[in-house]
Design a protein. Sequence first.
Length: 298
Amino acid sequence: MTAFQFDQPTYHLIEKGYGTPLILLHGFTGSSAEWKTFIPDLATGHRVIAVDLPGHGQTQPATNGIRVDIASIADELERILYQRQAVPAHWLGYSMGGRLALYVGLHKPHLVQSLILESASPGLASAAERRMRREQDESLAKRIETNGVAAFVDDWERLPLFDSQKNLPADVRNALRRRRLQNTADGLATSLRGMGTGVQPSLWANLPELRVRTLLLAGEYDHKFTTINQRMAEKIPNARLIIINGTGHSIHLEQPDIFLTVVQEFLAQPQPHWQDLSGTEQQDKDQSRQRHLLEPGV
């Protein structure tokens, strides 16, 4: 574990391996521990750097009045990576971490060799949508501060977005819940106010400017993000979309073997020849640039 202190907060990292840097960014309520089962494999040939984002894990939010937002976090990660001589890097981000990785790819392309975006988005397109989402996130932040993390996690795990997580093995579900409960109310509330989708600048109009090779991953059951990522794939010049069957929002938890396979294949081949793990033919390849991967054994 490594810590980097700026004005605040102090960023905590897990680093392992040698080679081309690979930055791992978790989602809301997560931490660098989200990736611990993948790090040994990913660190074979790559220098893996997993980050605790502000308000999560061991990176607590700033307490000096500085707002923690996507632009300031991108700036601080840039300073960390230059200090570590870890640029340019591959960036793998899940959900909230995917939004941050996409922001870096567009605003700091000198830091990025490629992007892997799991269940991510470019934010909300309209000002009205962003205003409504900010109001929702502020209401949720206040509930977390009032009712505590345990009550919030109970509600969070009942969201339809995470329905497919009910099929996870009991030990995986329990470990996921423990990680969520390790967060603080102040940390989660601050993250919502600074890194929520409502406060993030929309990146939709910028997608055609993204020049790095990009892998988009979405889960079959996650209809909202499948639709979003199909739209993203149409706009990003050098993107490939893979829809993983039998999964929801958290692909790396629900289909870890397939997730690791497609990530390693993407990282290993500058211009990979994509092979459907199910053995089926790709449909409408030139139009959609997407793959459908079936559950193992199907």
